[in-house]
Design a protein around this ligand. Structure first.
Ligand SMILES: [Mg+2]
Length: 241
């Protein structure tokens, strides 16, 4: 008797399930166990110091570069940071998704997508897995601030890797784990701002950390925002003369 009731319940369940229309959603369901991992570009996946140093300036403001030019010249002047390329390969091999979010302005951004596609060997497409999120300036305070957290939240990332203080702030505001990638020493020399305050400036409240403090952060693997420091140091590939 019990067996036949069980069979009846099972039969009804199967019939009802078959009658439920399939719901087609434009948003793919999150895949259980799959991480969505974000990466900054400059000094995270690309050592792009020379691209920035060679870029034409649009005004006397040293930060006002021709980003349309920069975005088209990674193939000539930027070097892929191999430990990060390997990390990306490792994540993808385990089925995780990888995204790039840069604070560069997006003029000619498709050239960056093409360059990263060639370098990393998988399709990187503008506004699908590569996003430009330039800093904004508050009209009242005059402060520049990162907008990367907006994209990190929209994409539902779980981890964000970047070299700059702003990357750690963006991850924190978005509520995801920020992991600090160690900036190449030559980039620290060329661009010391926005990196552990500014370890090369005179000691002041805005930049309290010296080179010695920086080495302590690296040795303990924890940065000033409490973030993990990714402990791989970029070694320049040997170049034949
Ligand atoms: Mg960077």
């Amino acid at each position: 008797m019990m067996k036949s009731i069980n069979l009846l319940v099972l039969t009804i369940t199967v019939l009802l399930t078959a009658c439920v229309p399939k719901v087609v959603s434009s948003d793919p369901e999150p895949v259980l166990g799959q991480l969505k991992v974000g990466f900054d570009i400059d000094d995270t996946i690309l050592f792009s110091r020379d691209n920035f140093l060679k870029a034409p300036h649009m005004s006397d403001d040293p930060d006002h570069l021709d980003y349309g030019w920069v975005n088209q010249h990674d193939s000539l002047y930027s070097v892929t940071i191999q430990p990060i390329a390997e990390l990306i390969g490792f994540l993808r091999a385990h089925g995780h998704e990888v995204y790039f979010i840069t604070a560069r302005p997006g003029i000619n951004g498709d050239a960056v997508a093409r360059h990263l596609t060639r370098e990393l060997g998988f399709d990187i497409t503008l506004n699908e897995n590569l996003f430009f999120a330039p800093k904004r300036k508050d009209a009242v305070s005059g402060h520049k601030f990162t907008t990367k957290h907006i994209r990190i939240s929209e994409l539902g990332l779980h981890i964000f890797y970047g070299d700059a203080d702003n990357d750690m702030v963006a991850a924190s505001v978005a509520g995801v784990r920020g992991v600090r990638v160690v900036r190449d020493a030559r980039s620290v020399e060329a661009y010391s701002k926005n990196y552990f305050g500014n370890t090369r400036s005179a000691n002041e409240p805005k930049a309290p950390y010296s080179e010695d403090d920086y080495q302590k952060f690296l040795s303990y693997g924890v940065g000033p925002y409490g973030e993990t420091i990714y402990p791989i140091y970029f070694v320049e590939p040997a170049v034949a003369d």
